[in-house]
Design a protein around this ligand. Sequence first.
Ligand code: SF4
Length: 332
Amino acid sequence: MTKKGRVFSGARPTGRQHLGNYLGAIKNYVALQADYDCVYCIVDLHALTTVEDTVNLKQNIFEMALDWLAAGIDPQKSIMFVQSMVPEVTELHTILSMVTPLGKLTDLPTFKEKARENPNNINYGLVGYPVLMAADIVLYKSNAVPVGVDQAPHLEFTREVVRSFNYRYNCNVLIEPQMKVTEVPKVLGIDGVQKMGKSLDNHIEIAGTPEETQKRVMMMVTDPARIKRTDPGNPDVCNVFSMHKIFSPKADVEMINIECRRAGIGCVDCKKLYAKSLNESLASFRAKRAEFADKPAEVWAILHDGAQRAKVIAAQTMREVRDAIGLPNLGE
Ligand code: SF4
C-alpha cells in the first residue's frame, strides 16, 4: 500500500515511560505506522536545554527505546533513532536560526514557561529550542507531525520558519509540515488533578511490575466527595473510572458505573479491579520489553541502523539547503 507521506515526532529521553506517555503518544505512534512512513526520534539534544546532569542520559535513552519497541514501534517499518546521532540537525538549526527573529522566540509562551521553571539556567539553547524542533521536522522532509490541539502553535512556528527560509532563498527546498491533530485523552496523575508526569511523581510506569503497579493504583485519588465506604460515589468525576473505561472489560465498566453510585462497590475494590485490568492489558508489552532488555546490543543496533537511514535523508536535505543558500559543498 502506498503510504500517505512521512510523519515525524520526537520525545525527550525521560527513561521508563508512564501511562500518560503511552496513551498520549506511543499508542498513536504505533497506529500511524500503518498509513505513514514514520520517523521517531529520541531528542537527547533538546534534553540538554534543561537537564544539567547527564549521568543517566544514555540509560534513559535505552529505557525509552525499550518501551517504544515493546509497545509496537517496528524498526523494519519506521525509522527510530537518537537525535544527536545525526548531527546535520545542528547545522540546519544554525541555518534556520538566521531566518528567525529573536523576538518571536522570546515571545513564545513555552519559552516564558521554561524560563520561569529554570530561572538559573536560561541558556541560549533554551531560547532556540523551537528552532531546533523545526530543524528536526524539516530535516527529514516530514509531511505531517502528530500534535495535540495545545501543541498547534509550535507547529505553526515551524511552518513560519520554513516559509521564511524558502522566501529568503527563493526556493521550495523545505516542506511546510501539516498538522495531524490527534485526539488524545488527558491522562491525570494519581493525584487526580494534574497531568501525569514524572517530575510530579504522580505517574504509573508501564513497565512496572504488577505489584508496583497495584501499589501506585491504590494511591490514586478517587471522587473527593466520597469520604466513607457507605457514601455513594460519582464515577463521572473519578480518575480511576476514566482509566477503567480505557483498560477494563465493558462489563466491569458498566458494573462500576452502577454500583459506585449506590455505594455497592468500595473504592479499594474498584482500584484493585483497575490494577488487575491494567496489569493484564500490559502483560504482553512487559514480556516483550523483558526480551529486548535482555539484548541491549540489539536495541542499540536498532537505534544505530535508524540513525543511518535518517542520515541518508538528512544529507540529501542539507545538500539542497546548501545549494539554495549558495554555500559550497565539500567536493565541489
Ligand atoms: Fe471511583 Fe471506583 Fe470509588 Fe467510584 S468506586 S469513586 S469509580 S474508585
